[in-house]
Write a protein that binds this ligand. Structure first.
Ligand code: NAP
Length: 500
């Protein structure tokens, strides 16, 4: 019976996309181009932009070159630098949303609370803070870095100063002249430290594990080059292809062909450290004891110089407790601070999986925790008509995430087109297909530094295997997602076919 779908109180939205970041924008445009316009984006914030809207900490920028870290259908000749900075990327995303008239498709301030598959009616039933909806096809495009983590440190609730996570940067709080502690030394922290060091009275950097740091190759784009990008789009496309080939070859080779190539990166990072830091004890503290790439490498030419300024201390002892105005390290040293900045990363995999309930009341989180499974990082057995963007085993660790998102947007669009053309009411990947794909990925990833590089990171699941990266060339992912293979899915038919 169609009572739920036809229930006037509950609005039916044929295609729902959760999130209006790069993934949601890419999918929306691809659907439009395919002539599919009955989609709705549900966005928890009041603006598009995802992670580039939310992360506004000083120094926030992208490590992938802008010509490649942009949508292929929306080249931007105006990038001011080789690597885009957060305000510029955010502006670019808003412009793409305007240019493709996406704002009219977004319901802002609408946060998904729960979505469950309604077996009786073959639809998704969605609960949000703005009410309930139903939909035929549900796609999540929420990305992995939407839920910041603040570690539970002893005494943290007794701290009388100010504290916040980098994801919730407090622009109303001036750091000038303050005694600042920053916890964590990942990609965020390494961008942030050189920016705030000159303003603060003291900066205590609490490092648990040092990162492999490579020099950052970043230049202002000359006016002549920008003009060339504008008037000769093929030129910019050529540069984009060069960056693609560089990431694919340089970074892919050690991962997928021979891990001995990693030594090249390790030597470069070591050379960078030795060139910028002359003090041996400090060098020792900053020298990683795991293979390059096991944790996400970082890029900065300003981090090591900032660490050596007279107002900065690198503290490698752990944190024992936090008191009203200080942090006590495991050696018992007391560090007086006015503000604690948590650069402690995100919960990966993200919380959206807990909100998705498929067959037999099973939450997607139960499939993703411990040892994740997926088919192509987009489909899950037990979850009909659900597509996930950047789900487990889809993100190429060596390539622009936007490249992967576009491939997935193409794949999901083709899937929906096939569903409509062939009158498939629902499609659900076969369990054996998902298991075989996941096993192959897990086996292939065993050779990569992501799982055998001698560290602990979010690249690994609870049992130490590959948590979510695509361990192959990115063009192989394009090949795998070139068409919707219906023989890999359980298919339920509608009465009549619809045109698309
Ligand atoms: P992250 O890479 O997860 O780093 C978190 C840092 O906090 C690590 O140094 C971690 O130490 C430390 N930490 C966590 N819990 C701790 C605790 N209880 N005590 C002490 N230290 C603790 O997070 P992130 O730097 O925010 O970056 C997240 C991701 O966002 C990156 O991997 C990247 O993909 C993306 N990102 C990209 C860019 C860019 O393109 N430039 C910039 C920023 C972020 P351990 O290593 O010991 O766990």
């Amino acid at each position: 019976m169609d009572s739920l779908k036809n229930n006037r109180k509950i609005k039916h939205l044929p295609i729902v996309i959760i999130g209006a970041g790069f993934g949601g924008i890419a999918l929306a445009v691809k659907l439009q181009k395919a002539g599919i316009r009955d989609f709705t984006l549900l966005e928890r914030a009041s603006e598009v932009g995802g992670t580039w809207r939310d992360n506004t900490y000083p120094g926030c920028a992208c490590d992938v070159a802008s010509t490649l870290y942009s949508l292929s259908f929306a080249p931007n000749p105006h990038w001011s630098r080789t690597h885009g900075i957060q305000p510029e990327i955010f502006e670019y995303m808003k412009k793409v949303a305007r240019d493709f008239d996406l704002y009219s498709y977004v319901r802002f301030n609408t946060e998904l609370q729960k979505a469950h598959w309604d077996e009786q009616n073959d639809i998704w039933h969605i609960t949000t803070n703005q009410g309930e909806f139903t939909c035929d096809v549900l796609t999540t495009a929420t990305g992995p870095f939407g839920e910041p983590v603040i570690p539970k440190l002893k005494g943290a609730d007794t701290f009388k100063g100010h504290s916040f996570h980098t994801f919730h940067w407090d622009h109303g709080y001036a750091l000038t002249g303050k005694k600042v502690a920053i916890i964590g030394t990942g990609a965020t922290s390494i961008q942030l430290i050189p920016e705030i060091q000159p303003q603060v009275e003291t900066l205590k950097v609490f490092q648990r594990t040092p990162s492999h740091v490579l020099p950052r190759i970043d230049y202002a784009t000359s006016a002549a080059k920008r003009s060339a990008f504008r008037f000769v789009p093929l030129f910019q496309r050529g540069i984009r292809s060069m960056w693609y080939a560089a990431y694919e070859g340089l970074v892919g080779l050690p991962q997928f062909v021979d891990t001995r190539f990693i030594a090249l990166f390790e030597r470069t990072a070591k050379y960078h450290l030795h060139r910028q830091i002359k003090d041996q004890p400090l060098r020792d503290k900053l020298t990683p004891d795991y293979r390059f790439g096991c944790k996400r490498p970082v890029f900065s030419s300003k981090y090591f110089p900032a660490l050596q300024k007279s107002n900065v201390d690198l503290i490698t002892e752990g944190i024992r407790e936090i008191r009203e105005h200080s942090i006590i390290d495991t050696q018992g040293n007391e560090h007086n601070v006015d503000v604690i900045i948590y650069a402690t990363g995100f919960r990966v995999p993200h919380e959206i999986a807990e909100k998705l309930i498929g067959h037999d009341n099973q939450s997607l989180a139960s499939l993703l925790e411990n040892k994740p499974k997926s088919y192509l990082g987009t489909s899950f057995s037990g979850f009909p008509n659900l597509f996930m963007m950047l789900g487990p085993f889809s993100l190429a660790g060596n390539q622009s995430a936007i490249f992967t998102l576009e491939m997935q947007a193409d794949y999901i669009t083709k899937s929906i087109k096939t569903m409509r053309k062939k009158a498939f009411k629902n499609v659900e990947v076969k369990e054996n297909v998902m298991n075989t794909f996941s096993r192959e990925i897990e086996e292939r990833a065993e050779k990569t530094t992501w799982v055998n590089g001698g560290c602990k990171s979010y690249y690994q699941h609870a049992n130490g295997g590959n948590a979510g990266l695509w361990p192959n060339w990115s063009f192989m992912y394009r090949w795998k997602t070139r068409k919707f293979e219906e023989n890999k899915f359980h298919v339920k038919h509608n009465a009549t076919a619809e045109d698309v």
